[in-house]
Design a protein around this ligand. Structure first.
Ligand SMILES: [Zn+2]
Length: 352
């Protein structure tokens, strides 16, 4: 079966297709693409997918309903292997064609419900899930209305393992410019463009009130969107450069963590936790009204935990400027403002 890079999201598989692929017609999406590869028994991609199939077996009748399903549905819903546009029927056909030995070794593998047997052992879910038997909405309710500083729902030691997959290291020599904007009629100095003092730090998507972080964007336009600049307003822009190496967590990829970490530790627990990681991603992309700061709390909690692990900041998608990236830097002295200038907003384009 011939497949293209665009039909996969898993990074190792995409890398293989991009480095070895040739032009051809993809049998998953039906499109002619520049990078396609013929999947056969010898392909390393088969080995990668097999690692997942290997942990599943046909389940007995008393296996918990929420932990079982048809293999193609499970691969489609719970694993970041195929792109969302690849239907479960296509996945079913691919698995059946390329993994005939699964059916012989585990009769009914493609026609009956399967699950991971360890998930049904006493205490397993509690010990291996980031969110103890609850939903993201339970966590949100608890942290906003019941127990803000000592939530009992999240197992941080497990979350920590997933965050390790999102570490991004920027060397001191990193030469890209970062931007910060402040609406101001007068030209601000380089010092004034730095993070606010703790005493005047207001609540933001990443930080609670009273804890100062340095919010930066990866381009000028994103900064203008993020400060919600209006027509005829003047925005003072500060350009920042990195001064010392930093390690940040790239939360923009948290819904795309590969199940294949270097230790192979994530495999069996990945389907238990992927929903939680996707909820963090959705929450980060949700526009929040500036009046309701309580809605920031769940992400502030996660980011406070990231800071406690010693990371220097987080990166995430801008909700105001599609394609733009924001950075919330905890180690604020790692950056230096090297230049400031003013921009007058002459026009704004509204779209519906
Ligand atoms: Zn394709």
């Amino acid at each position: 079966m011939r497949c293209c890079d665009n039909c996969f999201v898993e990074s190792q598989i995409r890398d293989i297709i991009i480095s070895q692929g040739v032009a051809g017609k993809c049998e998953l999406c039906g499109k002619n693409r520049d990078k396609t590869i013929e999947l056969n028994a010898n392909s390393p991609i088969i080995y990668i997918i097999h690692q997942i199939l290997d942990v599943y077996s046909v389940v007995p009748i008393d296996f918990p309903k929420k932990l079982q399903g048809r293999i193609a549905q499970i691969i489609h819903d719970k694993w970041n292997i195929f792109s969302p546009h690849v239907s479960k029927i296509k996945i079913f056909n691919l698995l059946k064609e390329l993994f005939p030995a699964e059916e012989s070794a585990k009769p009914g593998f493609f026609s009956k419900n399967v699950g991971i047997s360890e998930h049904n052992t006493p205490g397993y879910l509690k010990d291996h899930s980031i969110l103890k038997d609850g939903l993201w909405s339970d966590f949100v309710t608890q942290i906003i209305t019941k127990n803000r500083f000592h939530t009992t729902l999240i197992k941080c030691d497990i979350l920590k393992e997933y965050l390790r997959c999102l570490v991004k290291e920027l060397p001191a020599s990193y030469d890209k410019i970062f931007y910060r904007g402040r609406i101001s009629k007068c030209q601000l100095t380089q010092d004034q463009m730095g993070p606010p003092p703790a005493s005047s730090a207001s609540s933001g998507r990443i930080n609670p009130e009273g804890i100062s972080v340095l919010y930066l964007a990866n381009n000028l336009n994103t900064t203008l969107y993020e400060v919600r600049a209006m027509k005829y307003q003047t925005v003072c822009i500060g350009e920042f450069k990195l001064q010392s190496p930093i390690k940040i967590i790239d939360l923009s990829s948290i819904n795309q963590i590969s199940p294949f970490d270097e230790n192979g530790d994530l495999i069996k627990d990945y389907p238990l936790n992927i929903e939680f990681l996707r909820e963090i991603s959705k929450d980060l992309l949700r526009p929040i009204s500036s009046e309701n700061h309580l809605e920031y709390l769940p992400i502030q909690y996660i980011c406070d935990f990231i800071k406690s692990l010693g990371y220097d900041g987080v990166e995430y998608h801008s909700t105001m400027d599609k394609g733009g990236r924001n950075f919330a830097i905890f180690t604020t002295n790692a950056f230096k403002c090297i230049k400031t200038y003013q921009i007058n907003i002459k026009n704004i384009l509204y779209k519906v």
